[in-house]
Ligand binder design. Sequence first.
Ligand code: SF4
Length: 354
Amino acid sequence: MDTVTVNDNCQSPADTAYEVKTRCTVEQIEALFDLPFNELIYRAQSVHRAHFDPNAVQLSTLLSIKTGGCPEDCGYCPQAARYNTGVDSQDTLSVAAVVAAARLAREKGATRFCMGAAWRGPKQRDLDQVIAMVQAVRGLGMETCATLGLLKEGQAEQLKAAGLDYYNHNIDTAPDFYGEIITTRTQRDRFDTLARVRAAGIHVCCGGIVGMGESRTSRAALIAQLANLDPYPESVPINNLVQVEGTPLHGIERLDLFEFVRTIACARIAMPKAMVRLSAGRRDMPEGIQALCFLAGANSIFYGEKLLTTGNPDVENDRALFARLGLRPMEPRGEERGEKREERGERGEGGGVS
Ligand code: SF4
């Protein structure tokens, strides 16, 4: 296979509002994975620079606003109440604490502030608190993102009205591998929430996790599934499993990090205009692998995850790496896709997906 082509061969399941088109088949993505490494990276970088400034990387900061005690059974997650991981259930943070963290993140250069809660989904009183947080963080001039679990009818509209820019909701893994990792919800539940987010006019942040024992075909299926969402997500986090003792996936064979770089490259080629985020697992990656991920088209990272601890060594390490690679932080995105392209380091419509 030489190219991944965009076609109109639409196959949309009748029972979801989030249309899935067949732009990329699993076989096409798998053929990309099978390319010689240099060839794949060259193609990914070519696609990347047709749409983005290759030296600008978006910095996002993630804050857990409600940690632990989650009723779901995601096999990778230390926050699931049923696993003995040493993560205790904590109360939801106050709005004041969240605003303080956001202000600190902004001072350190972050432009997007993500708020995550370990819920199956928010109850109305939870949502009311999150709405106050979103309004306050927006008031600081930062982009806002939330990841709160499954949303019920009407909840996405409330978040949109509060000014939420992005909702993160990952599809986790390939459809045929999903049941191996999570049994308390289906992937279809995830698509229903994504449809609500999209219908409310909130940008979609949606990716998955690799290194969970899946096959290369499953990794290709994950990327194809994301790319075939119509439209595909504006933001695509690619996570490498962080193995935590006490979770079912602790101790499995680790993914070859070159295979992780390949996954980033395939995501970039299949979703040329998405922000591809090098997410969980980055801390454990040698800097050379991180540099390869940027070369393969990753243009977003989580930054300063330990902002509330003294010294911020993570931030300093990232700054030093950026300096060595000649990378610079990307400016905030505009309100809408296509707006202020020059301000966010994004290029015009030129370029293809080959
Ligand atoms: S829903 Fe989220 S917080 Fe809960 S177990 Fe799954 S990944 Fe962890």
